[in-house]
Design a protein around this ligand. Structure first.
Ligand code: CAA
Length: 282
């Protein structure tokens, strides 16, 4: 199925990035959120990214204008009644996601694909609240979406091969690289990344080393572009904790227990870059 029009639910960090790369691939995008100010912020981020592309000579002013013209910001999900695809990019909370999937199932026409950008929640469980579990799939983008090449495509238990193929084709059209993953806790990216971040937090918690030095070890010793604690602040410590909880509960293995220091920071509201304080101050 060719995707010509898509709904993106959530205009935050991930949703705005997804809307941008879809529009760059020539897809008409309905960008939906609950408050106009969330939409304004999302469009602001997209505009800034596109302006940078123009400055760097990667796009012309006309191309920038054409990408922006393909994105319709709206609080009315009904605008997507004739879309072929919906991608949910809301908070990592199962009840919120289930509610959005119920709404998308009502709004989108029969045969449309419903995707989630969840970083670790089970696709199969989300699919079960819809009338079309065979058309539900995971599309896990990495942050920052316009820069990072990977998309994990996650098959739910009922996802058909046709749906998988349509999403793989779209991913390539967005100039991203698809990787096929089965529906198990944390998929692949976060099953490997989050225990590393959690272990870095344990190193600080146990006094093995300082925040700065733990980051230096991984940056200079392993050539990671960001140290794990900088990356945790960038992702959001609440998201990191939520993913560790999914791994811990999903596998029932103590090796995934979230570090008490991570819990403490989240309880304090120190969620990283977005709140101005995490392992670092911003
Ligand atoms: N949005 C758009 N573009 C961005 C951006 C953003 N938020 N942040 C950086 N960029 C662009 C910059 O504009 C710059 O582009 P130019 O070619 O025009 O210079 C380019 O990326 C490089 O940026 P910088 O020079 O400022 O800095 P950098 O070289 O350190 O790169 C980075 C920044 C790409 C973010 C890099 O530090 C990096 O790769 N970090 C690791 C990111 C990562 O691991 N992401 C995955 C997180 S996990 C996840 O997303 C999954 C999950 O479920 C939790």
């Amino acid at each position: 199925m060719e995707i010509r029009k898509a709904l993106v639910v959530g205009a935050g960090q991930m949703g705005s990035g997804i809307a941008q790369v879809l529009a760059q691939a020539g897809v008409q995008v309905v960008l939906n959120d609950i408050k106009p100010e969330f939409l304004e912020r999302g469009i602001g981020v997209i505009t800034k990214n596109l302006s940078r592309d123009v400055e760097k000579g990667r796009k012309t002013e006309e191309e920038k204008a054409a990408v922006l013209a393909r994105i319709l910001p709206t609080t009315n999900m009904g605008e997507a009644h004739d879309a072929q695809l919906a991608i949910e990019a809301a908070t990592e909370n199962m009840e919120i996601k289930k509610n959005i999937f119920r709404q998308m199932d009502e709004v989108l026409p029969a045969g449309a694909i419903l995707a989630t950008n969840t970083s670790s929640l089970p696709i199969t469980e989300i699919a079960a609240v819809t009338s079309r579990p065979e058309l539900v799939i995971g599309m896990h983008f990495m942050n920052p979406v316009p820069v990072m090449k990977l998309v994990e495509i996650i098959r739910g238990l009922a996802t058909t091969q046709e749906v998988y193929q349509s999403i793989e084709d779209l991913t390539k059209k967005m100039e991203k690289v698809p990787v096929e993953v089965q529906d198990f806790p944390g998929f692949v990216a976060n099953r490997i990344l989050m225990p590393m971040i959690n272990e870095a937090i344990y190193c600080v918690y146990e006094g093995v080393s300082s925040v700065e030095d733990v980051d230096q070890v991984m940056k200079l010793g392993m050539n990671h572009p960001m140290g794990p604690l900088t990356l945790a602040d960038f992702i959001g410590l609440d998201t990191c904790l939520a993913i560790m909880e999914v791994l811990h509960e999903g596998f029932g293995d103590s090796k995934y227990r979230p570090c008490p220091l991570l819990r403490k920071y989240v309880k304090a509201g120190w969620l990283g870059k977005k709140t101005g304080r995490g392992f670092y101050q911003y």
